[in-house]
Design a protein around this ligand. Structure first.
Ligand code: GLU
Length: 307
């Protein structure tokens, strides 16, 4: 591969401050991009105003800067991308892959069968015509198994029809769904490599399907372990993950490198951020990251500062 062709990204949602779990993802995707002589882009996934916390986007960027991350180009905001999503939706409509659905969540909860992904949409509205707004827009899920190789988690496969059925690409409130937006933006930003948390592994087949239908390239995927608390919940705002305390920025970076099994030497425990980044740029090896879905942070003796 031409090393300059690597384009990675970090795509936080501004639903709260940057916490240790998202820092770990940022660190791994940044180090992988930089050690491949690649570019690293930041995209703010402010797609869902009702879930957004005012000021969080600015805070996240400030925190990234204070940690010493340097991104390439301007930050893209999903809230500014509506016409691109609209175009993609139109392309899918033109191919007769979409339909309007006015099934209520309650109706589906009561009638549809389930898989580990949740409700399997039973196709109720697929052949209905003239459904008046408001409605969700779904895409017809093919009865086909998608195979891909995750660079860390290994071979994966999923049949969309059997595991979730026709899925939503535009919500009833007219907001575009994450699955469509992320595919359009990864394409527009010419992303070649996606390094993100394993909680999104089960979204990947949907994204590959959409890329195929929109004639986009499929990037390489690497799904990192997510950090969990003692109850097995992913560190997140909902699980009370704390905002990162910047007075300990170097310690946080050191601990990320340790959890990613890069084995930084103990004498670097109190090293400056700059020294730690220099060490990491030289020693980063994605193959040392454990190929597991989750790392239980409650087993870690210093965990109280994270949640
Ligand atoms: N915005 C998503 C999140 O914060 C990440 C999406 C992605 O990396 O594809 O969890």
């Amino acid at each position: 591969m031409n090393p300059t062709a690597y384009r990675g990204r970090f795509a936080p949602s501004p639903t709260g401050a940057l916490h240790f779990g998202s820092l770990l993802t940022a660190v791994a995707s940044y180090l992988e991009a930089r050690t491949q002589q690649g570019l690293w882009l930041v995209r703010m996934e402010d797609l869902d105003p009702p879930r957004e916390i005012k000021g969080a986007a600015r805070e996240i960027l400030k925190t990234l800067e204070q940690f010493g991350f340097e991104w390439d180009g301007d930050v893209i905001y999903q809230s500014q991308q509506d016409s691109a999503y609209q175009d993609a939706l139109q392309q899918l409509k033109n191919k007769q892959l979409t339909f309007a659905c006015n099934c209520s969540r309650k109706h589906l909860n009561n009638t549809a069968s389930r898989s580990s992904e949740g409700i399997i949409y039973p196709g109720t509205c697929r052949h209905k015509i003239d459904i008046p707004p408001p409605y969700t827009t779904r895409i017809i899920a093919p009865d086909q198994t998608f195979h891909f190789i995750d660079q860390l988690q290994g071979p994966q496969k999923q049949n969309l029809h059997h595991s979730l059925g026709d899925f939503i690409i535009r919500r009833r409130d007219q907001l575009f769904a994450y699955q469509l937006a992320v595919v359009v933006d990864d394409h527009l930003q010419s992303i070649t490599h996606i390094v993100r948390g394993s909680d999104l592994l089960s979204s990947t087949a949907r994204q590959i399907f959409l890329q195929t239908m929109l004639s986009y390239q499929t990037p390489e995927y690497t799904h990192l372990p997510v950090l969990t608390n003692a109850e097995g919940n992913k560190l997140s705002k909902q699980s009370h993950a704390q905002a990162l305390d910047l007075t300990h920025a170097n310690l946080h970076l050191y601990r990320c490198l340790t959890l990613l099994v890069q084995s930084p030497p103990t004498e670097l425990t109190n090293a400056s951020l700059h020294e730690l980044w220099q060490w990491a740029f030289t020693h980063w090896q994605i193959k040392h990251v454990p190929a597991v879905a989750a790392i239980d942070l409650s087993q870690d003796t210093n965990n109280t500062i994270y949640y």
